[in-house]
Design a protein around this ligand. Structure first.
Ligand code: TRP
Length: 338
């Protein structure tokens, strides 16, 4: 079993990032290590240039994301942690795969349609070929499993189609690439804004009170939870009654995501209680869960030398793992390499 996954480097990491992708990566790292498998996690910095961006921020966000991943439990000794830009094989294999990927396949990608919006003519070529680079990311390492969110399922199917066509057209009976399986976490918690239960918790919300940042200390966390928007009614005992109460549902969902409880289990404990009881309980839960992460994160993000060393070491290992597959792809295409 070899798992490979990437995440775009963004700054201002918050509870939504942690309970979404990052915590799942940590879990997978531990499970895969138990089974004697291997995990590779990378910062998709090459993907980040497909949309408008600021170069100095990209560099800072890449380092910040590494600090967050390690603080949350990704262990650079057990997982290979790196950024794409230090492993040229990603970009090289992408080019080779653009000979196999079809225009018609890419034209169906919903993420391109969403991100380019009304301005398709002004979108970058990188945004259009983004899924081919993503295919290269996983095929390069013979990934067997790829943990991703539901929104990335289509890109994974494309990676399988590209691998299959390449094997078929150029493999001469050999499997140059492994067909990767997606792993989509079933309970992928959707963490919403603390100010508006219908908007996702986001780094770009102008109100800092809307999110819990990985940099927030205990007092800040307690205060943000205490001031979170709610309605006046006490918590119900039946989870169905949360349907019309998005803010209450979000807080119950956050409690559940941290403890691993279902909403019904959270309400079995807190149903009938008002927010005067529930909010302090949630605040304490979050503060105690996030305090060690926060401490490691705040320390590590200041240590640029350590962060760069982690990426350098990870990239070296990734380059070694990638080399045989990249060479096999060049050879299969009849491209001479000396
Ligand atoms: N496109 C992914 C996302 O936005 C990030 C990503 C890039 C990725 N390359 C990948 C995920 C390879 C899994 C495997 O979430």
């Amino acid at each position: 079993m070899r798992i490979v996954s990437g995440i775009q480097p963004t700054g201002n990491l918050h509870l939504g990032n942690y309970l979404g992708a990052i915590r799942n990566w940590v879990r997978m790292q531990d499970e895969v290590a138990e089974k004697g498998g291997q995990s590779l996690y990378f910062l998709a910095d090459l993907h980040a240039i497909s949309m408008p961006f600021v170069p100095s921020e990209l560099a800072a966000n890449t380092r910040e994301m590494v600090a967050a991943l390690v603080a949350c439990g990704i262990d650079p000794q057990r997982s290979i942690l790196f950024n794409q830009a230090q492993v040229p094989a990603h970009a090289e294999l992408e080019w080779l795969l653009t000979g196999t990927a079809r225009m018609g396949w890419l034209n169906r990608m919903t993420q391109f349609k969403d991100k380019s919006g009304k301005n398709r003519e002004g979108a970058s070529i990188a945004l259009f070929t983004y899924p081919v680079l993503q295919a290269a990311d996983v095929l390069l390492y013979q990934a067997t499993h790829v943990p991703v969110g539901e929104d990335q399922k289509q890109h994974l199917e494309l990676a399988r189609d590209i691998a299959q066509k390449f094997n078929n057209d150029f493999g001469n009976g050999a499997e140059i690439f492994t067909l990767p399986e997606p792993i989509i976490p079933p309970e992928a918690a959707r963490i919403m804004s603390l100010r508006d239960g219908s908007a996702k918790m986001s780094k770009s919300d102008p109100s800092d009170m809307s999110r819990i940042n990985l940099t927030d200390d205990v007092d800040t966390i307690m205060q943000k939870v205490r001031r979170a928007r709610t309605d006046p009614a006490p918590l119900p005992s039946d989870p169905a009654e949360l349907a019309e109460r998005p803010e209450a549902a979000n807080l119950v969902g956050i409690y559940g995501a941290v403890t691993g409880w279902t909403p019904a289990e959270v309400l079995a404990q807190f149903g009938g209680e008002g927010f005067g009881v529930f909010k302090p309980a949630l605040g304490e839960l979050l503060a105690s869960h996030l305090a060690p992460i926060n401490a490691r994160f705040v320390e590590l993000r200041r240590d640029r030398g350590a962060l760069d060393a982690i990426l350098r070491d990870g990239a070296e290992k990734a380059r070694a793992l990638a080399a045989p597959t990249l060479e096999a792809a060049y050879a299969a295409l009849g491209l001479l390499r000396g």
